[in-house]
Design a binder for this molecule. Structure first.
Ligand code: CA
Ligand code: CA
Length: 255
């Protein structure tokens, strides 16, 4: 009696599982069709602003189908079969991805990178108005770090680039920040011994980040051209129009 009672729920369970499986078989294709109909296919970036030599990987979202990549102008930027865009020379082009006969696009603008080399290291000035902390991450995302200027020779190479440069910003971030004791530390851990501070700088405990002036700031009595200054992470000094992120760029360095 007890055995029978155990068997009956067992069979019912099997029957329910079987029915469920049958239902799944019927329902699943319907769901797939529905999913395909509503999933929008997109390119991971609608537009890219690159410097000559930059490489960025584009991805197609919303499909697992074969993607064929192409570039309207391969003299400006090329794209590999895996969606790796390489900036070749200054200008504008469009990268296209063809999926099942439909075309998806990403507009690419390439600028002449302002790069230079010194003792085997590569440097680049980037005219993007980022906070110091974001600029630090940006250089790291490119496999480098904010520039760490530890000798007069390295500073002279930077000054030469600023003199000759196409960079248009008043101020550029460098890779040092004050620690809890108010002492500047380079992001690479190199010793902070050499410096090229403007007269009277560093001057404020709350200004934790290091920048270099591209031109003389007319609001200070010292000649600041190509000299260093401590400033807040946000790149501002009160409401002084000399500062603010729109007047900032930064310098990346690669070992
Ligand atoms: Ca360095
Ligand atoms: Ca300062």
């Amino acid at each position: 009696m007890a055995t029978k009672e155990r068997h009956i729920p067992g069979r019912r369970l099997l029957a329910i599982i079987a029915l469920f499986c049958m239902l799944l078989t019927v329902i699943t294709p319907a769901f797939s069709i529905h999913a395909q109909a509503v999933t929008k296919i997109t390119v991971s970036e609608k537009s890219l602003s690159l410097n000559k030599g930059d490489k960025v990987t584009l991805k197609i979202k919303g499909t697992t189908k074969k993607v064929v990549w192409g570039s309207y102008n391969k003299n400006i930027a090329t794209v590999s079969s895996k969606g790796v865009v390489k900036a070749i020379s200054a200008g504008n082009t469009t990268i296209v991805a063809v999926v099942s006969g439909s075309v998806y696009t990403c507009k690419v603008s390439v600028a002449n990178a302002h790069t230079w080399k010194y003792k085997g290291h590569r440097y680049q000035m980037i005219d993007k108005g980022l906070k110091w902390s974001a600029a630090k991450k940006y250089c790291e995302s490119l496999g480098g770090h904010l520039a760490v200027i530890t000798t007069k020779g390295e500073q002279d190479a930077l000054v030469k680039a600023l003199k000759a440069g196409k960079g248009k910003r008043n101020n550029y971030w460098l890779g040092a920040k004050k620690n809890s004791e108010g002492k500047f530390k380079w992001v690479t851990g190199e010793k902070f011994e050499y410096d090229a501070f403007a007269g009277g700088m560093p001057d404020k405990a709350f200004e934790k980040c290091l920048m270099i002036y591209r031109y003389d700031n007319p609001n200070t009595s010292a000649n600041d051209t190509w000299k260093w200054n401590d400033l807040v992470n946000e790149g501002t000094y009160g409401s002084e129009s000399w500062f603010g992120l729109k007047n900032f760029g930064f310098v990346c360095e690669w070992e």
